[in-house]
Design a protein around this ligand. Sequence first.
Ligand code: ACO
Length: 170
Amino acid sequence: MPLTPNSSLELLFPPSLIPSSIQAKLGSDLHIRPLASTDHKRGHLEVLRVLTQAPDVSADSYTSTTPPFHPATYYTIVILTLSDEIIAVGSLFVERKFLRSLGLVGHIEDIAVSEKVQGRKLGLRIIEALTGISESVGCYKTILNCSDKNIPFYEKCGFEKKENEMVSSP
Ligand code: ACO
C-alpha cells in the first residue's frame, strides 16, 4: 500500500510540531508524523508488542478511542515506511504542574521500534522528535522511566540518570 499523505488523515496534533530536522535525518524512504485515527491497520499495536502485551482491539474501537487523551496534552508519533507500515512509535504526555508558576513537564512513554529495524537510529529519532515537541510546547524538563538495560540507549539520546522510580501495584 502506498504511503497515505497527512492531508488524508485525522492526526492527533499538528505535524508542524515535529521538528523538520528529524524528517531530514530519516531520509526519503521513511516518514514521521503524529498518530492517525486509522493507524490500527498500519501496525501500531504490532510495534508496541516489542515493549509489552498489546492485545488486538477492533478497528472500530481503536478509531473511536483515538486520540485516547486530550490532544493538547498527549503527543504520539509514528515512523512509517513508504509502504505505509508503522515501524517505530513513541509518546509524550505533558503534565501541568502547580509549582514553578504552573510549569509544564514532558513525560516520554512507550518507545518501541520494530525488532526488524532496531539499531538503525529510529529510537533516537523518536526521542529527538518528542523532546523537540516537549521544548516547543514549553516544558521546563522532559523525563522518563526505563529498565537498567535501556539506560545506555537513553544516555546516547542525551538523558542522564537522576532519582529513582517507585511503583505501587494493586
Ligand atoms: N544498550 C546499549 N546501547 C544501546 C542500546 C542498549 N540496549 N540500545 C540502543 N543503544 C545505542 C545504539 O547502539 C546507538 O548508539 P550509537 O549512536 O553509538 O550507534 C544509540 O543507542 C541509538 O540507538 P538506536 O539505533 O536509535 O536504537 P533503536 O532504534 O534500536 O531503539 C529501543 C532503541 C527503543 C530501546 C529499541 O531497541 C526497542 O524498541 N526496544 C524494545 C522496547 C523497549 O525497551 N523500549 C524502551 C522502553 S522505555 C520507555 O518507553 C520510556
